[in-house]
Every structure is written in C-alpha cells, then in structure tokens.
Design a protein around this ligand. Structure first.
Ligand SMILES: Cc1cn([C@H]2C[C@H](O)[C@@H](COP(=O)(O)OP(=O)(O)O[C@H]3O[C@@H](C)[C@H](O)[C@@H](O)[C@H]3O)O2)c(=O)[nH]c1=O
Length: 320
C-alpha cells in the first residue's frame, strides 16, 4: 500500500471544497488522499470548525500560506493541488473587471510560481458555461468563445496556469463545471440557491427575462465525487485527460427550476419577471454539457435533478 498523497485544497472551506471533503471523508475509495486546506475564510461554508484536518486560515497569496505548505510532511508521493479560489459572479464581472483579472489570473499565477514544485499535480477548477457562447452543446474540445468578462478571465487562467505549472515542473489538468448547486452553498447567490432560500422564507424572487434560459445544473455531491475521483486517479498513476467536465448532461429552464423548488417546498414561490436586457446580452442563453464527456469522471453517478433539489431544500430547511 502506498502512502497517502497530500491533497491541497485552495479555497477548500467554500462550497465546492466542502463537498470534496465530504466525499473523501465518506468513502474508503479516497483513503489514499490526505486533504489539507488553505482558505481566507471569505466564503467559508458553516461548520468548518468541526473539521479536523491541517489548514491555514489566510490568503493563499500570503507568506503564511507558503510557510504552511513548506511545513507539511513530505510523503514522498508529491502533492496534488485543487485550486478552487477566484471570482465567479458573471453579473459582477462587467462592473469590476480588474478585480477579476487580479483574482482569476494575476494572483493564481503568483501562487503557482511560488508554490508548485517538480512532481506536483495541479487541478484548476474552471467553468463550462462561461467559456462558451451558448450556441452549441459544450464538449471537452469546444473552442473558447466567452460572452462575458468572467469567461474571458477563466479562459486566460486555464491557458496561463497550464504553462506556468509546466514551467515549474508540475503537471496540469482542468475540470470545468456547469452550474453547481446543493449542500454547503450558504454563501452562494446563484439562481437555485436564491430561489430555495426565498421559498423557505416566503420571499419573492426576480426572474431575468422570460425565464426560458436553460442551464446544465449539477448537484454539488456529484461535483465533490468527480473532483475527488480525478485526484484519486492522479494519485494512483492512472491516465487522466488534461481537460475534464462535470455537468449533468441535462438542460433545465429557469421556470422549470421554479417548479421543482415549489414541489420540494410544497408551496408556491412568488416571482417577478424583469427585462434585465443588458445582463442577458452578456450571458449564454442555453448551456448543456455533452452527456458522454461528463461521464468520464462521473460514470452513471449523476443525481436526478428533482432528488438534488429536494436535498438542497432539506439542507436549508434543517438550518432554520
Ligand atoms: C440569481 C438569479 C439568477 N437569475 C438568472 C440569471 C441567469 O440567466 C440564470 C442562472 O444564473 P446563476 O445561477 O447566477 O448562474 P449563471 O448561469 O450566471 O452561471 C454562473 O453560475 C455561477 C454560479 C458560476 O459561478 C459561474 O461560473 C457560472 O456558471 O438565472 C435570475 O433570473 N434571478 C436570480 O435571482
């Protein structure tokens, strides 16, 4: 039996990181991965205090984070980085574009130059929706055509970090995700989370446009499993593709999201349609990931949409 490999989750106490940690803690399959977390706590999901694992609370770009990495035991197996940090709000990227360059390109680049060592493996978490214009089914080899500034920074980040990681003697892979929803999303402002919280609290929501825009929504538990699986395959020396995608392979409109949230809540959700013309012009109308491509990491382990909405509703309902 090999030693465990250190799995460094940068931004690991946030929404997706917490789902990865949950997966790893819950299954023998991932016992070869020893997670550690670097997180500035700006988006930490509740309950991280109870997690018993090595961590550094502070920005990954700070000296303290690099010292933390240097102080970890060398298992002789090399490290696997999962880089989750960054700006993700499509709607905000047109208002403060330079923040997105700093958070999605400049700071991650500096981190790679300082932290990555020969033999390390680096997984960048990226977006499947925002890299493309929404006019075709997204495939692993689809050419970049972002419609918004956020997507442009993620495309640039993928290209730049790949080169930098390789310059540092590491190996690079990317996992692009469609719209993720589910447990530990307390700080997320995205549609399903906003709608679920509003349904529980009896509040009203805004629907941009006609609500006919579609997204490929994927349950966060599946995303946690998919990312942990890529890390586990790297650790075991299995062949992995440089570009990977996590999605459900199904498309759901915003109005269908409302119907599913109402079903889970057992009551109607009040909403108001607003034009939001400027914002909609910068978004893909439809996002769907190719069904075969998402099975590379997930196989058939894709949670049905209604079950995942119910689990999300129950998570919020239980939090009171
Ligand atoms: C939050 C919200 C969204 N919308 C609309 C905007 C979009 O057309 C659609 C989906 O919006 P969002 O859920 O915000 O996601 P989005 O489709 O804008 O996509 C993004 O999702 C983010 C979570 C990721 O970080 C990004 O990487 C990207 O995938 O719903 C509303 O109409 N009302 C709302 O209250």
């Amino acid at each position: 039996m090999k030693n465990s490999s250190t799995l460094v989750l940068v931004g690991g106490f946030g929404f997706v990181g917490r789902n990865i940690l949950d997966t790893i803690a819950g299954s023998e399959e991932f016992s070869g991965l020893a997670p550690v977390v670097i997180d500035d706590m700006s988006n930490a999901a509740p309950g991280h205090e109870a997690l018993d694992l090595p961590h550094h609370k502070g920005g990954y770009e700070s000296r303290g984070a690099l010292d933390f990495l240097a102080g970890l035991e060398d298992t002789g197996e090399g490290r696997i980085f999962v880089f989750l940090a960054g700006e993700t709000r499509v709607a905000e990227s047109k208002d403060r574009p330079l923040d997105f360059i700093e958070a999605n390109i400049a700071e991650p680049s500096r981190f790679v130059m300082e932290a990555v060592q020969p033999g390390d493996r680096f997984i960048l978490i990226s977006t499947a929706g925002a890299l493309f214009d929404g006019s075709f089914e997204v495939r692993l080899d689809s050419p970049y055509c972002p419609k918004n500034f956020y997507g442009a920074t993620k495309a640039a980040e993928e290209m730049i970090l790949q080169r930098l990681v390789e310059l540092r003697g590491g190996s690079f892979g990317v996992i692009r995700m469609t719209n993720v929803f589910g447990r530990f999303s307390d700080n997320k402002k995205s549609a399903i989370h906003a709608f679920t919280r509003a349904a529980i609290e009896g509040k009203s929501v805004f629907v941009n446009g006609d609500g006919g825009q579609t997204r490929d929504f994927i349950y966060a538990g599946d995303v946690g499993y998919g990312i942990a699986t890529m890390a586990r395959r790297l650790r075991d020396g299995e062949e992995v593709a440089p570009v990977n995608m996590l999605g459900s392979g199904q498309s759901t409109s915003l109005m269908d999201v409302i119907a599913a949230v109402e079903k889970a809540a057992g009551k109607p959700l009040a909403y108001e349609k607003i034009p939001a013309t400027d914002l909609l012009a910068t978004e893909p109308r439809d996002v769907i990931a190719n069904g075969e491509d998402v099975r590379v990491l997930l196989g058939d382990r894709i949670t049905p949409f209604d079950d995942a909405i119910r689990a999300t509703h129950d998570y919020y309902a239980s939090r009171g």
